[in-house]
Design a protein around this ligand. Structure first.
Ligand code: GCW
Length: 732
């Protein structure tokens, strides 16, 4: 039987692979639904025998997480061996594996040890659950049961995930803001309707040690707090609780008006305070372990305390005090910009730079927030750009609980088309030394409350989850969630180790190294053709997917004489000066500033000499071409995996990579044309000029149409790939 994976492009069919479907040759098809929890049959007889010994199970302890741990063990052992698990009495002899809750261990920590039998011990039900997943991961990675000896506990206490799912599909942003690979997994018309996806999602989160989930968009609609939603929220909380995950929701600050019918949402008004208390009490009556609220206020047109002349602290206090008696947390987002800050900033240049805004809005409030408020700060100051340096605010609020917010939703990283695995970037951010005062400490330590006097906060990420069969739209975007969870648990893990783990769990030992090396290089390749040297914001303004450098001259600081933003203290906006002195000096000097954020901190002439002697403009041109070549290489590498990976998942990724090449070319051609047009400096290698437009590089007047055509084509292909993943039928 012949299967042809054909990728359609604007100029016809440009890459077709003919694949022989042959059951001997190909592993059985997989949809990706199991993600890294596949538990495939073990064929090697010796390993099989070792695993067979893990079928006899005893357990001390009970509670929902313990039962889930046993459930998962049963599922996995059945997958590995094809045999059922036998549950013995707690004190029975002959158990191959003993599950134990041991209060002497850290609450969420675990210890796994083999001393004739395997012991998986957890400090609590949750700890045992995490230990169980860790043991299963080791087994799936090929560790011998007898060689297992590991103890671990999470570095950061609260490890969250934030969905930006809309209760009602938004005409522009869709079902999930910034996720285009599919729609929300939540059935908002009736959350009580049972759906195995909820349980399987909870399993995925628990397998990574994530313990909190906020299910709706921070651009929240008041309906989330409508009493009619309570049974559904309760049902979800019940499902997720079994896997150690506490439920949170994002709320609309104006809810007392929009939902409660009050004339005001002023946080100091007694009626408003009473409304929040009552609403929160009702929520906790239904869900006693409810996690809390996430709030985006006074940001991008959202209502907030500023509407009533109140500060962020005053706004947060009203909500925090309603949550506090129940043990709830208020995650107050610091993503604010756009207000006139000239009174607070040292000069006009500082006020005019969005990178400064959150810092000047919040620094002076340090130490004033209630104990259950966690200030949720994006990992970077302007907005999740590809290689943006870590947010300076993390070093400025030692007396405030802080949460570090990453973005898994690939808003600025190619959405469900491009492979751009951010593991290396996130690891750099987490390990960036920034704690104020003696002793130092990195960002991960600051939010963990392990640096100096810093208080324990959280780490969170905007989710990339959707209802595609493979959960993410692009199968390999699963590596983003995987990396986030693993690094949130242990920020010192090497990203290359994480990618290898993921690749092996997904595809087995054979292709793992190849897949991992591709993941490792993908983020830098994407940056080269879309966000060179930290330039950022070169995309169109609505979906942030296609290139539109023309619209972003001001944001990216692009002029006829040069490009980039001067953020130094001496001559620019001063953002670089908000970092602790060591970093400030490194960033301020073009000779020491890391190349990936050179244009984030400096406005440089097009002909600036780079370390390697090239001019900046030539390095930009070369980078765009190299980035595209790298993606071509990825596809060739993937082609080489043909036959080693089941056809379904292999073809899916192959098709995505083909699409990525085309879109990367689009980025390259448009950026190079734009740079040439603006700088007037030609490419040393004469690869393009203004007279010979490539199929993608149109002059400005034709640009919008070129992007429209391109997008229409991408949408058609997205739909086809999506449909194929959903129903398993082949593309012909
Ligand atoms: O990056 C911007 C996004 C918005 C998002 C906002 C935020 C949810 O473009 O879509 O809104 O950030 O983080 O609040």
């Amino acid at each position: 039987m012949e299967h042809t994976g054909v990728v359609e492009t604007g100029s016809g069919t440009h890459s077709a692979v003919s694949v022989e479907m042959c059951s001997e040759k190909f592993p059985p098809d997989e949809s990706g639904y199991e993600a890294w929890l596949r538990y495939p049959p073990v064929k090697d007889p010796e390993r099989r025998a070792a695993l067979d010994s893990l079928r006899r199970v005893s357990c001390t302890g009970d509670g929902p997480c313990v039962f889930s741990a046993l459930d998962e063990w049963e599922r996995a052992i059945r997958g590995f061996t094809g045999q059922a698990v036998e549950f013995l009495q707690a004190d029975a002899r002959g158990a191959g594996v003993r599950f134990v809750v041991d209060g002497s261990l850290p609450d969420e920590g675990y210890r796994i040890l083999h001393d004739g039998a395997l012991t998986v011990a957890g400090g609590s039900g949750r700890g045992l659950l995490y230990g169980t997943f860790a043991a299963l991961r080791e087994l799936a990675l090929g560790t011998e049961p007898a060689a297992m000896a590991v103890a671990s506990a999470p570095h950061i206490p609260q490890r969250m995930l934030n969905h930006w799912d809309n209760l009602v599909e938004d005409p522009v942003m869709g079902s999930i803001e910034r996720v285009r690979g599919g729609k929300t997994i939540f059935d908002w018309t009736d959350l009580t309707r049972p759906n195995p996806r909820y349980r399987d999602y909870a399993r995925m989160l628990a397998s990574l040690g994530l313990n909190g989930l906020c299910i709706n968009n921070v651009n929240a609609t008041p309906e989330i707090l409508d009493p009619a939603m309570l049974p559904g929220l309760k049902a979800l909380a019940d499902t997720f609780r079994k896997w150690g995950v506490r439920l949170c929701v994002s709320i609309d600050f104006a809810s007392p008006v929009t939902l409660g019918g009050l004339p005001t949402a002023d946080p100091l008004d007694p009626r408003v305070i009473a409304w929040w208390v009552e609403t929160v009490d009702d929520l906790y009556a239904a869900i006693p372990d409810f996690g809390g609220f996430v709030v985006k206020a006074d940001s991008e047109g959202r209502p907030g305390p500023g509407d009533y002349g109140r500060s962020h602290m005053e706004g947060s206090r009203c909500l925090a005090r309603a949550l506090a008696p129940h043990g709830g947390t208020l995650f107050w987002r610091a993503f604010v910009y756009g207000r006139d800050l000239s009174e607070r900033t040292p000069n006009e240049r500082a006020a005019g730079d969005r990178a400064n805004h959150a810092s000047y809005e919040f620094m002076h409030l340090d130490g004033q927030f209630d104990d259950n408020v966690v200030l949720q700060v994006k990992c970077s100051a302007t907005d999740f750009q590809v290689w943006e340096p870590p947010h300076a605010l993390f070093g400025k609020m030692p007396r405030t609980r802080l949460a570090l917010e990453f973005q898994l939703a690939p808003e600025y990283t190619g959405q469900d088309i491009h492979l751009a695995w951010p593991g290396p970037y996130w690891a750099r951010v987490l390990n960036f030394g920034m704690a104020p005062g003696a002793g130092g400490g990195c960002l991960a330590d600051i939010v963990a409350g392990r640096a100096g006097s810093c208080l324990p906060g959280a780490v969170t990420a905007v989710a990339n989850t959707c209802n595609a069969r493979n959960w993410f739209g692009h199968l390999l975007s699963g590596a983003d969630l995987y990396a986030y969870g693993r690094l949130a648990w242990n920020p010192t893990l090497a990203p290359a180790e994480v990618s290898r783990e993921y690749a092996r769990l997904l595809f087995g030992a054979g292709p793992a190294e190849t897949v991992a090396s591709l993941l490792d290089r993908s983020y830098d390749a994407y940056a080269q053709y879309s966000s060179p040297f930290g330039l950022g914001f070169l995309c169109e303004a609505v979906h942030h997917f296609d290139p539109d450098p023309w619209d972003n001259r001001a944001t990216a600081g692009i002029t006829g004489s040069g490009l980039g933003r001067d953020r130094t203290a001496a001559t620019g906006s001063g953002y670089a000066g908000l970092y602790p002195s060591g970093h400030a000096a490194v960033f301020a000097d073009t000779s020491t500033c890391p190349p990936e954020c050179l244009l984030y901190f400096h406005h440089l002439p097009w002909t600036h000499r780079m370390h390697d002697g090239r001019t900046l403009i030539q390095a930009l041109y070369d980078g765009c071409f190299e980035g595209v070549e790298a993606v071509r290489g990825f596809r060739e590498t993937w082609r080489g995996l043909h036959g080693c990976i089941d056809l379904e998942r292999w073809a899916h990724v192959y098709e995505k990579l083909a699409l990525q090449i085309e879109h990367a070319e689009c980025w390259r051609d448009l950026l190079c044309r734009f740079f040439l047009e603006t700088s007037g400096v030609p490419d040393d290698h004469g690869r393009f000029d203004l007279r010979s437009p490539s199929p993608h590089a149109r002059v400005r007047s034709g640009f919008k149409q070129a992007v429209e055509d391109y997008r229409a084509r991408v949408e058609r292909l997205r739909a086809r790939i999506g449909a194929r993943t959903a129903d398993g039928s082949a593309i012909s």
